[in-house]
Design a protein around this ligand. Structure first.
Ligand code: CP
Length: 306
């Protein structure tokens, strides 16, 4: 068993294995139920649509018992702490945890205390490893290789996706540029080859235009014209022309229509946004097998039958 909390928990070989396995799962119709007999609990202390639902789908397809913890109707409402909640769930003999929380480092803290595999489904502005993995799967599927030039555009400062994706792309030998408004792009960003406020410079020669949402829920100081501010960096029918014709458009979702991406481009031929969602199920199947040690599970199931 192993935790997947940070992209640094995964070697280059792990990344290549997950990409290959995810694309294999996408191709076949009936995967072996490697998580049969296992109970996995999804604990989302923060809102989610695609991560939560795709983990549930991935777990079901691999035969796991899927437990979904609902904070709104739980004893958190009576004052129970998050860690006491997780220890309570662990006592029910669950085999793994998938956790999302809005505090940076929150999932790592839980992983240190729990003795079952923990998969990070996003912690604050820190890390979102499975989003990065599904993005790497989508890029490999589009280009047939991993060494790519990626421009990440928008609210970099509040983005856990930007950090995890940069770690993933550069670990595979690719290049990442970051670009956005001055207040939303840090002066230093580990792994970035270019940090710029100029969209033309960012998109020149790239393979992937990766647009990010304005994370309004994480911005304490409210700008009157925040949407207008970000429209200067909008990816639309005109600005996409700054990238080569072969470049694809990606976005982790959810997106703000006509803020960071225009209506006209969001589901265009160049967009892979819905393919990212689709690949999220396969990438998460591959990650859970790796974290939980699915092959060991197959062996123990076979021994039980024998
Ligand atoms: N991309 C992503 O994490 O989306 P959700 O918040 O809907 O899970």
């Amino acid at each position: 068993m192993r935790h997947v909390v940070d992209m640094k928990d995964l070697s280059r070989k792990d990344l290549e294995t997950i990409i290959e396995k995810a694309l294999y799962f996408k191709k076949i119709k009936h995967p072996v139920k490697t998580l049969a007999g296992m109970s996995i609990v999804n604990v989302f202390f923060e809102a989610s649509t695609r991560t939560r639902m795709s983990f549930q789908k991935a777990q079901s397809v691999l035969g796991a018992n899927v437990l979904n913890f609902d904070p709104g109707t739980s004893s958190l409402q009576k004052g129970e702490t998050d860690i006491d909640t997780l220890l309570t769930l662990q006592s029910m003999d669950v085999d793994a945890f998938v956790i999302r929380i809005s505090q940076n480092g929150g999932v790592e803290k839980f992983a240190e205390l729990l003795d079952k595999p923990v998969i990070n489904a996003g912690d604050g502005t820190n890390e979102h490893p499975t989003q990065a993995l599904l993005d790497l799967v989508t890029m490999n599927e589009s280009f047939g290789k991993n060494k790519l030039k990626v421009a990440i555009i928008g609210d970099i400062l509040h983005s856990r996706v930007a950090r995890s994706l940069t770690e993933g792309v550069t670990a595979l030998g690719g290049e990442v540029r970051i670009c956005g408004p001055e207040d939303f792009v840090p002066a230093k960003f580990d792994g970035a080859s270019i940090i710029t406020h100029n969209l033309e410079e960012a998109l020149d020669g790239v393979d992937v235009v990766y647009s990010l949402r304005v994370q309004k829920e994480r911005i304490e100081e409210l700008y009157d014209d925040l949407d207008d501010f970000f429209r200067k960096y909008q990816i639309n029918e005109e600005t996409i022309k700054l990238a080569p014709k072969h470049a694809i458009l990606m976005h982790p979702g959810p997106f703000n229509r006509n803020v960071e991406v225009s209506d006209g481009i969001v589901y265009s031929e160049r967009s892979r946004i819905l393919e990212q969602v689709r690949n999220g199920v396969y990438a998460r199947m591959a990650v859970m097998e790796m974290a939980i040690g699915a092959n060991e599970n197959i062996q123990s199931l076979q021994e039980t039958v024998a």
